[in-house]
Design a binder for this molecule. Structure first.
Ligand code: FAD
Length: 506
């Protein structure tokens, strides 16, 4: 079985399949030279306990039946492989939909699929959504939270982001999920606390110089509808020397004490506010509810200088599913609200795109939801347009599965991603044990096992020499830990692919 992606979805699927199908061979392809996906490049550096799942992943990787193939982008990547020279494939590589994998070895999807009984797509969500307001593409210092998070976590494609934290003192973050609160915390936290984590050295340097004093975290709806969780809100409330501007009580439900427990506790945290009084705090943040972005404004140098919003009315302040009701024009124009901002982060969601080669291989992708079309359990559905008459009866693409964010959309924590990966793995095991046909080539049911990476590596010529196996990753890991030791932190990450490959000895 091939697994595409080495985040939690990939590793937990591999783990479960290997435990349910004795001697199953699993090859895991990862576009970056280093494993673990958002566990390494998403989870905030000051949440080290969240990264403990890596221990389970290391156990999986230690199995003789498991092979890690890092620096190998499926459906894209760098110079085309020897057997992948068609114009079509080259075009697809230029438009690769996930992170910048231009330095990685390209694994054409049709070649991959020719060598396995089953393939699991677990490649996450490498893009982000746009606000779609005037000024967004024109002004400087506007980033997606994905880019900002990638920068402080050492994602090679964001190493040169260089956010300007010194030309003003206000930041607007659009979106009110946990990722937005992570970004706010990074901007407000005492740098001496952060520098002991695995945050990158260049982020520490920039945060030390930061003049940011005020962070607005803006959402379209109210406190009852916000997506962040209590743990993240509480952490911000407890930051030393950071005050919280009181929430607009008109947007709070009348009887907080009668709400279900989880909502009640969250509302209480918001009403109670920060440990540090707003009057004495040197930095502060606010949750600015019921606002829809309308415009970004710039200064004469082309930097963002502020952001305008329209005040929304909500269908209800107490219903968690309340919707936004814009003020009708008969009531007069909606109130306009303006915040100054020398940096704007949009944190309105990650997004998955189809891999190059999906259309050709008849793998259906739901562009609107940003997921591979599947049965909800992890079996990929037949592409209606490509189904041949022989296949009409089958609802699923034999041997093709998906897991994680690319299966169910970019929401949920590692624990829910694990549950979801287990569901996919259980379906794979059930299909295998039940004798369902596995991957088919040219409409022929293939009953023999195939040779996986052993065969594929011969087809990608010199590319195989640039692939990172688990030992090579361990060399990178050790080198990062050693660099960290010198400065009193768990690790100092390499932030470029070239450094990673050099540390691996390639
Ligand atoms: P990912 O983790 O994104 O893994 C996908 C992998 O596929 C990546 O390694 C990627 O490089 C690789 N890939 C992409 N394209 C290709 C390709 N073409 N070929 C080969 N490989 C490819 N959850 C928590 O429980 N606690 C937290 O504190 C927490 N913090 C978070 C903070 C942020 C900023 C974000 C965005 C998420 C956070 N989460 C947290 C959620 C958690 O990270 C996700 O639930 C989980 O990582 C999703 O797993 P995944 O395997 O589907 O995707």
């Amino acid at each position: 079985m091939a697994v595409v992606g080495s985040g939690p979805a990939g590793f937990y699927t591999a783990y479960r399949v290997m435990s349910k199908i004795p001697r199953a061979k699993v090859d895991m392809y990862e576009a970056l030279p280093v494993p673990y996906g958002l566990v390494r490049f998403g989870v905030a550096p000051d949440h080290p306990e969240v990264k403990n799942c890596r221990e389970k992943f290391e156990e999986v990787a230690a199995s003789p039946d498991f092979t890690f193939i890092g620096n190998a982008a499926v459906g894209g990547g760098g110079p085309p492989a020897a057997s992948a020279s068609s114009q079509n494939q080259q075009q697809q590589q230029q438009q690769h939909p996930t992170n910048d994998f231009s330095q990685s070895v390209s694994i054409p999807l049709p070649r991959l699929m020719a060598h396995y009984d089953a393939v699991v797509f677990a490649y996450g969500a490498g893009q982000d959504k746009k606000l779609g307001v005037a000024g967004e593409d024109r002004l400087r210092n506007i980033f997606s939270a994905r880019e900002f998070v990638g920068w402080y976590n050492g994602l090679p494609e964001n190493a040169a982001l260089d956010p300007d934290l010194t030309s003003g003192d206000e930041v607007v973050i659009v979106g009110q999920g946990n990722v937005a609160l992570d970004c706010a915390r990074m901007l407000l936290e005492n740098v001496d606390v952060l520098r002991r984590t695995d945050i990158t050295d260049c982020a520490v340097e920039a945060l030390l110089r930061s003049r940011i004093r005020r962070v607005h975290v803006v959402g379209r709806r109210g406190p009852m509808q916000a997506a962040f969780t209590i743990k993240e809100a509480r952490e911000l409330m407890k930051l030393r020397d950071v005050g919280f501007h009181p929430v607009d009580m008109d947007l709070m439900p009348d009887e907080i004490s009668k709400l279900p427990r989880a909502r009640r506790r969250l509302m209480e945290v918001l009403v109670k506010g920060s440990t540090t009084s707003i009057d004495t705090a040197s930095r502060s943040w606010s949750l600015d509810f019921a606002l829809t972005p309308t415009r970004l404004d710039g200064d004469e140098s082309g930097n963002v200088a502020g952001m305008s919003f329209e005040r929304n009315q909500l269908s209800s302040v107490s219903d968690p599913d309340a919707t936004v009701v814009r003020r009708s024009t008969e009531d007069g124009p909606a109130e306009e609200v303006h915040f100054g901002a020398s940096m704007v982060l949009r944190s309105i969601g990650y997004k998955s795109l189809a891999l190059p080669g999906f259309a050709e291989r008849g793998i259906p992708f739901d562009e609107r939801r940003g997921v591979i079309r599947n049965d909800g359990l992890g079996r990929v559905l037949q592409d209606q347009q490509q189904k041949s008459t022989d296949e009409q009866q089958g609802q699923y693409k034999p041997g093709v599965y998906c897991a994680g964010w690319v299966k169910r959309g970019p929401t949920g924590v590692i624990a829910s991603t694990m549950d979801d990966a287990f569901t996919t793995a259980d379906v794979i095991a059930a299909d295998w044990h039940g004798g369902a046909p596995f991957m088919q080539e040219d409409g022929q049911a293939e009953t023999e096992s195939r040779d996986g990476w052993d065969a594929l590596r011969r087809e990608i010529d010199g590319g195989a020499a640039r692939v990172i196996d688990w030992r090579a990753w361990q060399r990178i890991d050790q080198a990062e830990r050693k660099r960290g030791e010198l400065v009193g932190k768990e690790r100092e990450k390499f932030t470029s692919t070239a450094e990673m490959l050099a540390a691996a000895g390639l």
